[in-house]
Design a protein. Structure first.
Length: 284
């Protein structure tokens, strides 16, 4: 996994009648607006000043009522995360600086993969394997796992110190072991303000990718999230990965669209599919 990666940095910006939080992610050449309030026109002007030449993509996690206004300012609509704002849908709006970042050479292939995923019948899971919550003492073993699975990853998951850091910042892990070695893991990054979590950092060693390993792990993470009063989950899966998209489909996540050249992951820049779900009983 590439080590030439600076950490993403989040900052809060305020004007006379607006404020917003912005994550500056130089490794993935993007800025992301996660929260905002106030005068949208003035805010967009400020965001444009931050969208400098070192970035090629700008993402805004938009509120339902602001979609048409943001479209009028030249942003594009890429997808929906159902239930994101404590049960209210969020909408992913984007703006691009360069043609290469906006265009995809694998779109048709990904359409075919998605069609296959959405029509695939779910199989019964085999008996539950030996799983447990991840601990800080697992940081080195987890870093080794991510380094082996991913040549490129959008966050420094090959660094034990970084894994320990996110564990102390409301990210929980669940791991699967075989012969004392962690062979598969997944995490959930909790947002307690909005009662949601991103299911992420899903990795399994190549020789162990059969038998529903990741479905087992994510199911356990969902149970733990409910115990933490987190009621909504979402994930962003590589569009070229039939397996991971099938996992979320079979776990009753809703497909919400495709993010173009969203991150550097696996080998290079890749499109990512949005999946989201309510974890509460009787949800639609």
């Amino acid at each position: 996994m590439s080590q030439e990666r600076s950490k993403a940095v989040s900052s809060v910006y305020k004007g006379g009648d607006y404020s917003f939080s912005c994550t500056h992610d130089r490794f993935n050449e993007r800025i992301r607006i996660d929260e905002y309030t106030g005068n949208i026109k003035a805010m967009i002007s400020h965001i444009h000043s931050l969208f400098t030449e070192e970035y090629t993509k700008c993402i805004i996690i938009a509120k339902e009522g602001d979609v048409s206004r943001l479209l009028s300012f030249g942003l594009s609509y890429e997808g929906i995360i159902r239930h994101y704002f404590s049960g209210v849908d969020a909408h992913v709006m984007t703006k691009y600086r360069d043609n290469w970042r906006r265009n995809s050479q694998t779109w048709k292939d990904e359409d075919l993969i998605l069609e296959g995923v959405l029509t695939k019948t779910s199989s019964e899971l085999n008996g539950k394997p030996h799983m447990r919550p991840g601990r800080e003492s697992d940081a080195a073993a987890l870093a080794e796992l991510y380094n082996e699975v991913f040549a490129v990853y959008p966050t420094p998951m090959d660094e034990p110190a970084y894994i320990r850091k996110v564990m102390n910042e409301d990210t929980i892990f669940h791991v699967l072991e075989k012969n004392g070695r962690i062979i598969s893991a997944a995490s959930a990054e909790m947002n307690r303000k909005y009662n949601n979590a991103e299911i992420t950092d899903c990795a399994t060693l190549p020789n162990y990718r059969k038998g529903g390993t990741m479905r087992h792990l994510i199911t356990e993470l969902e149970k733990r999230l409910l115990n933490e009063e987190i009621y909504y989950a979402y994930s962003i899966a590589r569009s070229l990965s039939f397996g991971m998209n099938a996992v979320f489909h079979h776990l009753n996540y809703d497909y919400g669209g495709r993010l173009i050249n969203n991150v550097r992951i696996y080998q290079d820049w890749e499109n990512m599919n949005l999946w989201s779900k309510s974890l509460t009983c009787g949800a639609e």
